[in-house]
Design a protein around this ligand. Structure first.
Ligand code: ADE
Ligand code: ZN
Length: 327
């Protein structure tokens, strides 16, 4: 079977990766030791054994705890550099990385430390791995809109080092409308705008992300299959959905991969593609996601593999001339 080789070798873009979600247990322990911190888990194995999630919140609690070992610019660099080496091995040629500054500024880490460390890794990824990379600042939706405004203001001295903003963390109970004004300001600043919607939240959150936040992409968006009118809207406007198959299974959005709705999204003509979300927590990086997806959904074949790769470039925030080279 030549499909696994195709999945691995085809050039692709990754558009939905939380860089804090690439922090492997081994690096969490190494950084804790380097920074003189004590963890709530006695060993790498004990920490990894705690990665059994029932829903999004059960994951987020342990994800924010893991990120607490990040203190210095070098820590952020080391985390992102480890990710880029994995991405390059999986033939990811372009990556747009989410980062959660509030997870760090709430612990007293300066936002400049976060952004400079990640940016330096992006530059080295281009120079040494040939992977082009950019940063997307995410607001935590369980915090207030005022806190998002404060975060945006603190990030503005680094405006040239990130290309857009996103919205992540606990979805249900924190609808897009809560962030209408801060997203309007971000659009006025010329930032790209995306939002998580329809991961655990209802299709109405996807409509609101489009209508109120005026996002250019929907992160996850898998619950759109419950709303035929929404499906038509997403297909007609080629609104990209950054789908994360292993994440959806680990967070119990679907019971098994065979239940995943990616085939329905592709059949309906949506611009969906495969991403890893939080690879250190959900069972793997891009190639692991592609292999698990195509293994669990045998109706997907080489045609869909190429479509997913083409969609990943179409949905990326790179200039059209560069897209033409990749596509
Ligand atoms: N932060 C990191 N991963 C996330 C996800 N899958 N959904 C919402 N927020 C997140
Ligand atoms: Zn995500």
């Amino acid at each position: 079977d030549r499909l696994p080789a195709l999945l691995q070798r085809m050039p692709k873009a990754e558009l939905h990766i939380h860089i804090e979600g690439s922090l492997e247990p081994e690096l969490i322990f190494a950084l804790a030791q380097r920074n003189g911190l004590t963890l709530a888990y006695p060993s790498v194995e004990a920490l990894r054994a705690a990665y059994a999630f029932t829903d999004l919140q059960s994951f987020l609690d342990i994800y924010y705890a893991g990120a607490s070992v990040l203190l210095h610019e070098q820590d952020f660099f080391d985390m992102a550099w480890a990710y880029f080496q994995k991405a390059a091995a999986d033939h990811v040629v372009h990556a747009e990385l989410f980062f959660d500054p509030q997870t760090h500024t709430e612990r007293g880490v300066d936002i400049g430390v976060v952004i400079r460390g990640l940016h330096r890794a992006c530059q080295q990824a281009q120079a040494e791995l040939g992977v082009s990379a950019s940063l997307i600042l995410c607001f935590l939706r369980h915090l207030s809109e005022e806190a998002a405004f404060d975060t945006l203001e603190a990030a503005l001295p680094y405006r040239e080092l990130f290309i857009g903003v996103g919205l992540d963390s606990s979805e249900v109970g924190h609808p897009p409308e809560k962030f209408a004004r801060v997203f309007a300001k971000c659009r006025a600043l010329g930032l790209h705008v995306v939002a998580h919607a329809g991961e655990e939240g209802p299709p109405a959150y996807i409509h609101a992300a489009l209508d109120v936040l005026q996002v250019e992409r929907i992160d996850h968006g898998v619950r759109s299959v419950e709303d035929p009118a929404l499906m038509q809207r997403l297909a007609a406007n080629r609104v990209p959905l950054t789908v994360c198959p292993l994440s959806n299974v680990k967070l119990c959005v679907y019971r098994t991969m065979a239940d995943h709705q990616l085939p329905a999204l592709l059949s309906a003509g949506l611009c969906a593609m495969v991403n890893s979300d939080d690879p250190a927590y959900f069972g793997g990086y891009m190639n692991d996601n592609f292999l698990a997806t195509f293994d669990g959904l045998p109706q997907l074949g080489a045609r869909e593999a190429w479509q997913l790769a083409a969609n990943s470039f179409e949905a990326s925030f790179v200039p059209a001339a560069q897209k033409a080279v990749w596509q």
